[in-house]
Design a protein around this ligand. Structure first.
Ligand code: NAD
Ligand code: ZN
Length: 254
């Protein structure tokens, strides 16, 4: 089937859905200039995740880990949402998309207008104190590396989930609840290999839901995808939203 025909199938599923959710990964922000970890041009081609995004790495070398995060914080602050972020925000405004679970630590979904966002892996623009829990938001990358808590002087850490760390309780609870009631999940730009996030589409499937996937290449989610839309998120999602609006318009006249 051509991409146009596949978009038509996905559109039909979307307009018929009663509770559609989305799961996004680093691929959604790739076209905003924020590198992914895996896939074409992934970050990990240059760095190993185990060397930087773990509690052990931070204990061993907080300066190295913070240098890497300060660089990524700078990228996020400079980046702007791309058509993929806007398309997802529009699906929410249309009343179709009920919840967006993101593995991304950037804030581009919110800046594009999405409101119902679950940050499964935390938020890179926030730091928290390793001893008193004080939390702050960066409006520019930290100048002192590693940065210290303004309240107690202890080390700050990025407020993200590192490999080997548990998912924040509330985010996990909401994501599992949404996955168990969703009849359609739109999965965009994730390799699906980071767990437990990668299980979310499988949970939807086990509950009888349908999986629509958008990715430039096949992923660990593709085996359960009912419709696989191959292409860049920033190109495929706007086409999908246009098709959904056209179909909704026709329905309105029926
Ligand atoms: P990943 O790096 O493992 O996978 C990225 C996926 O996106 C790949 O499957 C790739 O084929 C696909 N992709 C690349 N460009 C695309 C495009 N233009 N359109 C559609 N798909 C595209 O990312 P992940 O699955 O999110 O998991 C890795 C972890 O990386 C997450 O925990 C996340 O916190 C972290 N991360 C976040 C960001 C961010 O916040 N922007 C960036 C890098 C990594
Ligand atoms: Zn403190």
């Amino acid at each position: 089937m051509s991409l146009e025909e596949l978009i038509e199938s996905a559109t039909e599923l979307i307009v018929r859905s009663r509770h559609m959710i989305a799961l996004t990964g680093a691929g959604v922000s790739a076209e905003s200039g924020i590198p992914t970890f895996r896939g074409p041009n992934g970050l990990w081609r240059k760095f190993k995740p185990e060397e930087l995004a773990t509690p052990e790495a931070f204990r061993r070398n907080p300066r190295l880990v913070w240098e890497w995060y300060a660089w990524r914080i700078g990228l996020v602050l400079k980046a702007t949402p791309n058509p993929a972020h806007y398309a997802l925000a529009e699906l929410e405004k249309l009343g179709i998309l009920k919840c967006l679970i993101t593995q991304n630590v950037d804030d581009l979904h919110e800046r594009a207008g999405s409101r119902s966002v679950v940050h499964f892996h935390g938020e890179i623009l926030f730091a928290r104190c390793t001893s008193c829990g004080f939390r702050l938001k960066w409006s520019e990358p930290p100048s002192e590396i590693p940065p210290r808590c303004p309240k107690c002087g202890s080390l700050l850490r990025p407020d993200v989930v590192w490999f080997g760390e548990p998912i924040p309780e509330e985010a996990l609870r909401r994501a599992l609840h949404e996955a168990s009631r969703a009849d359609v999940i739109l999965v965009v730009g994730t390799s699906g290999v980071v767990q437990p996030a990668g299980s979310i589409p499988y949970i939807v499937k086990e509950h009888g839901g349908t999986v629509i996937e958008v990715n430039v290449e096949e992923s660990a989610i593709t085996p359960v995808a009912d419709v696989f839309l191959r292409g860049k998120a920033g190109e495929v999602l706007p086409k999908l939203v246009t098709a959904v609006k056209r179909k909704l318009g026709k329905r309105g006249k029926e």
